[in-house]
Design a protein around this ligand. Sequence first.
Ligand code: ADP
Ligand code: ZN
Ligand code: ZN
Length: 720
Amino acid sequence: MNVIECWMEHPVRKLDTTFTYRTEKHVECGCRVRVALRNTTVIGFVESVQETDETPEELNARLGYTVREVDDVLDETPLITPELHDLALWMRHETVSTAIACFQAMLPAKIKPATHSLHAVKEKYVRLSDAETGLTPKQLEAYLFVRNESEVRYSELRRKYPGQAKALVDKGALTVFEKEKAAESTEHAALKEPYALNTYQQAVMDEIEQSDDPVYILRGVTGSGKTEVYFHLARKALDAGRQVLLLVPEIALTPQMIRRVYERFGEDLAVYHSGLNPQEKYEQYRKVYEQKAKIVVGTRSAVFLPFRDLGLIVMDEEHDSSYKQDSQPAYHCRDVAIWRGKRHHARVILGSATPSLESYARGIRKVYHPLRLDHRVNDAMPKVTVVDMKAAVQRGESFILSQELQGKMADVLNRGKQVILLLNRRGYHARLACRSCQEVLLCPHCDLAMSWHRESRRMKCHTCGTEIYVPKICPKCGSDKGFATYGFGTQKLEEEVLARFPGRKVLRMDADTTARKNGHEKILTAFGNHEADILLGTQMIAKGLDYPDVTLVGVLNGDDGLARTDFRSCETTFDLLMQAAGRSGRADESGEVVFQVYHPDHYAVQSAASQDYDTFFRNEMHFRHAGQYPPYTYITALTFSGMDASRTERAAMEFKQALAGDFKVIGVLSLLRISDRSRFRILLKGKDPEAMREAVRRVIDAGIDSRVSLRVDVNPMTLD
Ligand code: ADP
Ligand code: ZN
Ligand code: ZN
């Protein structure tokens, strides 16, 4: 008989302990079982298995209670590797969350494979038809391409021959047919030869190879060829028969990166990001588990894939906030990557043009091995112009597009080049305010301003998703004088651009236009194919994209972020401006950048304008030191939320009183209400994060009001 210990599927803190069951069946650590818990049946996750010769009665007698029998064993083999098991328990400790939440964070939602594919995704292909038709030379070229390949994905043909693909189908020269979407690995990309590294890249490469250090922080200006260095390191790891993990911050970034990896490494690739459906995720998970995937490109959760032998982990844009998970367990992907790197004896490379202050400070203290790439491959840094919008508006210019930016846009467009405009606010108008009492229209469920969306003619809350029609009378003062509009969003910007540049093609990329599957990819591919002159969008277009023909980038309301009260708001503003500037002039022609701002003299704006990380770092470290913020101190944030405000506040107060240890306790702070939930926060600040963890865990174990939920965030990214 087996005696097993298992975790329960519910991630509630009261159940964060293992329960004992018995079974005659074969079962291993890391398998799921169905068991009875009180009056219901739940799924358990097996922590340990012990064989015994005892009878059930002897077992009960020894333990002093009745051990129930497992209803069913759900998996024949474990879902996770022993390494991932250890990782989950480490994460539970580090993030002060429940063990089951950590296991759940690691596993693809539908870990069970569907026995037969219920929802096979179909894709369009083309092949030659029998019809002989008169073709233009260009069409003939496309026709011959299809003949060579015998069948081609229609999307690929359109990408290669945008002007011919549809015409060939219309003429009947090609037939369209549908086929089950092939696993990504069977796509054959024309392999590209690696570039020979330049001397700077080679020096970085040599330094890494000659070092035994586990973690590296590579600070390289945008366009300095960091990605190329990653690829050379990856090649070496692959040649040594090991696996490679390439982490990227956001799904918007992945299409370009994926294409680059395909072109270099061919079919050994797995791709893993939140845009995959559960079945696709499961397939990629298996591919890695079975070592069929040698190199993985993925976002945050890819760091949990069941690698067997990792030789290299690269984390590109390591400063990006999407590497931190909001919900429990609030882990940072970087910490997990470093843990796994150590376990596999794999190097971890953290790369960024604007490293997080924490990582860069660790580089200075040689905790991470510091590396630099200070020269762009094309040796031309973008020329940045800062436009003071306060002055521009006073001169009577548009508050959306300054004269300066319009002039430069006209210039670039006339030369047949492309423009990117970045505005960190979607919707049409930022907000509506009552003409009588001046109160801004707030979300009925959150204490936050709503944005007006013209397409739906409704107000939207970007935090909880609530949509309402603009009310006839003001909910605050009852006036019926209507509302005045303030600010502008991407929709309004699009309209303005079209009005100023009639006949130009504009693509808009924001959460509204990318909601559908592959929405990002479609927009980015279209822009890459020159189907538009101007790409405008929210910060999702600021990072990582590499378009050779973009020679002008405009950032609108570039210093909006400074208005936030968060300790990291200067850093994120600086990052955004630097990254945006990095999109311009990446190929042969040098690029221009315009920052439209209201605080032109702020050091975050100034340092970004001169692309000067060092100056920004010095200034910002000074500020962090004065305020005792990271990296000078560690913070743990405890957020209590609940439907009943006073109950929630009381729970936070009681928690605070019970906390004791070698750290400061700040709060209880009242936060903005979100989705009808009142929120309160306690901050712990100190030099020893372990002391905070222990104290928090102790108070949690003593129990908190069951109607109040607590979110623990060790090393939070933001505090607003
Ligand atoms: P980063 O990741 O630092 O922003 P990339 O690796 O994307 O920079 O390189 C910027 C551009 O320079 C890319 O278009 C890339 O193909 C090109 N590039 C990189 N390294 C070399 C090299 N050694 N020789 C020629 N071109 C290069
Ligand atoms: Zn009013
Ligand atoms: Zn809301």
